[in-house]
Write a protein that binds this ligand. Structure first.
Ligand code: SAM
Length: 273
């Protein structure tokens, strides 16, 4: 069965008495070419342990198994999770019926590290999923994740653009994000309102000693993005005092962080939440 073929996907949904659920962001990939490209771009082979978040009917799962990877698939929708064992090949597929945001990552995944993440993510919780991956950066070498184009733009934003956000800085603290592939909305069923992109994230240890403290400061400034840093962060030193948060590069933020640390001592993240 080719789940990338719309009529076969619909037949499968009928068979398990399921219909795409908006509340779980169920827009399924129905383009075989895109599925193959993702697996190829990620360089998946028999040495890889892959975490797939939200396998759904299993089109991407099938492709990962075909590339001989070991796949850990975490799916919240019971109907899909219970149907996944049908795709089993040589014991390489392990399925968890679970909400990824509550899944005990260390308990189940630590022994498989370093893993690659390959997933067409549920769009309503993309940001918390990425934050969780970053919190466990040491378990993952890279991630190849489908996200909405608007989020991809924020992930790769340059200083001075309106796409620049605290999320941009957060991400660069834990990984190097790059655009891997643009994907039209017409490659999904049902067709979503937005186009998508596959983003590649290469994880690394945090670029600062106390990332939580550093990021609390960045978020504080972005909460009032039209205001200058002298009013949001009480910083007096030029050229930063009269700048707005979106105009700062990552290196600028490091300088601002150290200036504030020197003046006021270590920053308490809870003071900024
Ligand atoms: N991988 C499939 C594909 O490419 O066609 C489905 C992708 S669909 C965009 C997102 C999937 O994530 C759905 O199967 C949905 O049920 C699942 N999902 C939604 N929220 C989830 C959560 N909190 N934890 C795990 N899976 C979730």
């Amino acid at each position: 069965m080719s789940l990338a073929h719309p009529s076969e996907l619909i037949a499968f949904l009928d068979q398990i008495d399921a219909a795409p659920r908006k509340s779980l962001s169920q827009n399924f990939l129905i383009d075989a070419n895109i599925l193959q490209k993702i697996v190829k771009l990620a360089g998946i082979d028999k040495h890889d342990q892959v975490l797939e978040i939200g396998p759904g009917p299993g089109a991407l799962t099938q492709e990962l198994l075909k590339a001989e990877a070991r796949v850990i698939a975490i799916e919240k929708d019971l109907k899909f999770a219970r149907a996944l064992p049908r795709l089993q090949v040589d014991g390489r597929l392990q399925t968890y019926e679970a909400d990824f945001l509550k899944f005990p990552i260390c308990e189940h995944l630590e022994k498989l590290a370093p893993m690659k993440v390959v997933a067409n993510l549920p769009y309503h919780i993309t940001t918390p999923i990425i934050e969780r991956l970053c919190d466990h950066f040491s378990l993952f070498s890279s991630a190849w994740i489908m996200v909405q184009k608007e989020l991809a733009d924020r992930m790769t934003a340059h200083p001075g653009t309106k796409e620049m956000s605290s999320f941009t800085i957060f991400l660069q603290t834990y990984c190097k994000p790059t655009l891997a592939l643009k994907v039209s909305r017409h490659c999904f069923f049902p067709v979503p309102k937005v186009d998508s992109c596959v983003m590649r994230l290469d994880f690394h240890p945090p670029r600062v000693d106390k990332p939580k403290s550093f990021l609390a400061l960045v978020r504080r400034a972005f909460q009032q993005r039209r205001k200058m840093l002298r009013s949001t962060l009480s910083i007096q030193q030029e050229p930063f005092a009269t700048k707005r948060p979106e105009s700062l590069s990552y290196e600028d933020w490091l300088v601002v962080y150290h200036l504030i640390n020197e003046k006021s001592g270590p920053i308490d993240p809870s003071a900024y939440t």
